[in-house]
Design a binder for this molecule. Structure first.
Ligand code: AMP
Ligand code: TRP
Length: 339
């Protein structure tokens, strides 16, 4: 087959497995909005089937899925411009994932650091879904012939695996059918760290709520968490190199830069030499001004969950219209009768 020209298409997803953090916002959602506004076709998913790779309370999962949709919209995604839907409504994802389960190798899955972290010491007791998860993620992406995937740094390995699956499928079947997708891991905040420990990622699953800023936190809570964030005793340096050995300072500067849409160097030029006692209130004010409107809008949208469900259903229908023919062609390539 000759080289296919793929239309540029963006896909990304977030798990509805708890509240959204500033890490999700800066590493993913804010970038989703930027891409939508560049005029490319954008598809953003609430990956509920990924969430159940570890047990979820059904009522909480339903709520988290709707709240994630509200978060997407409150952050600036427009359900007319972008396709917004939850993964389980488009069965083509899981159908494609089965094909990829037969392409991907066990060893590839067992090497994934997220699997190792989440499975912990007793990997034999992890769900089979947790191991197979990156194959479903590859299916999410490739069932749309996605060319670009904006994500945070922690997803890099899964995207490399997606490329390996696409390449192996193309090679095994002698076709040039799946694109080799580009990861978009960009900006000042591709890895937002915990406010309590600059060596750990900010995460919705961290036991300490002080370690993260939730998109649902009110202004006082955001300000308090920033005031109490771990720092060191030195004033801020004026050059980026001065942050090398100072993970907590670097994290707060990166957050400031990403929220204020500036480069890290620009921020350093402005705040270099200041003490944290001066810089933290600046950061708190900036964070409150950017996050509070989002949490307010999320709360408003959550009052009408029927409307959210309508948005998800209509997004799912649009998504299926793209995915179904690509799955059909995949079945034909693989040799399924009746495809
Ligand atoms: P998750 O919440 O694990 O489903 O992640 C959803 C998206 O948010 C992915 O693109 C992640 O890479 C991104 N993300 C999650 N936590 C962080 C963080 N601390 N810093 C930057 N990006 C993050
Ligand atoms: N694995 C991603 C995470 O945990 C979520 C995800 C699932 C995803 N499918 C995706 C991200 C496809 C980008 C593209 O954050």
């Amino acid at each position: 087959m000759s080289q296919v020209a793929y239309t540029p298409r963006v896909f990304s997803g977030i798990q509805p497995s708890g509240g959204l953090t500033l890490g999700n916002y800066l590493g993913a959602m804010k970038r989703f909005v930027d891409m939508q506004d560049e005029g490319i076709e954008t598809i953003y998913c609430m990956v509920d089937l990924h969430a159940i790779t570890v047990w979820q309370d059904p009522d909480k999962l339903r709520r988290a899925t709707r709240e994630l949709c509200a978060g997407y919209i409150a952050s600036g995604l427009d359900p007319e411009k972008s396709i917004l839907f939850n993964q389980s409504q488009v069965a083509e994802h899981t159908q494609m994932a089965w094909i990829f389960n037969c392409v991907a190798r066990m060893g590839w899955m067992q090497r994934m650091t997220q699997f190792k972290d989440k499975a912990g010491k007793n990997a034999q007791n992890a769900s089979l879904g947790l191991l197979a998860y990156p194959s479903l993620m590859a299916a999410d992406i490739l069932v749309y012939h996605t060319t670009h995937v904006p994500v945070g740094e922690d997803q890099k390995q899964h995207l490399e695996l997606t490329r390996d699956i696409a390449a192996k499928f193309n090679h095994d079947y002698g076709v040039d059918f799946f694109p080799i997708t580009e990861p978009l891991i960009e900006g000042a905040a591709t890895r937002v760290m915990s406010l309590r420990d600059g060596s750990k990622k900010m995460s919705k699953s961290d036991p300490s709520d002080m370690s993260r800023i939730n998109l649902t936190d009110d202004a006082d809570t955001i300000a308090k968490k920033i005031r109490k964030a771990k720092t060191d005793p030195e004033p801020l340096p004026s050059e980026v190199e001065g942050l090398a050995e100072r993970p907590e300072a670097r994290n707060l500067i990166n957050i400031y830069a990403a929220l204020n849409e500036q480069s890290v160097a620009q921020v350093m030029a402005d705040v270099g030499g200041r003490a944290f006692s001066e810089f933290k209130p600046m950061l708190a004010e900036l964070a409150v001004s950017k996050i509070s409107p989002i949490s307010g809008e999320m709360a408003r949208l959550m009052q009408d969950t029927a409307e959210i469900d309508r948005i998800l259903a209509s997004g799912a229908a649009r998504a299926r219209a793209i995915a179904a023919p690509i799955l059909k062609q995949t079945y034909e390539i693989v040799g399924m009768v009746g495809a």
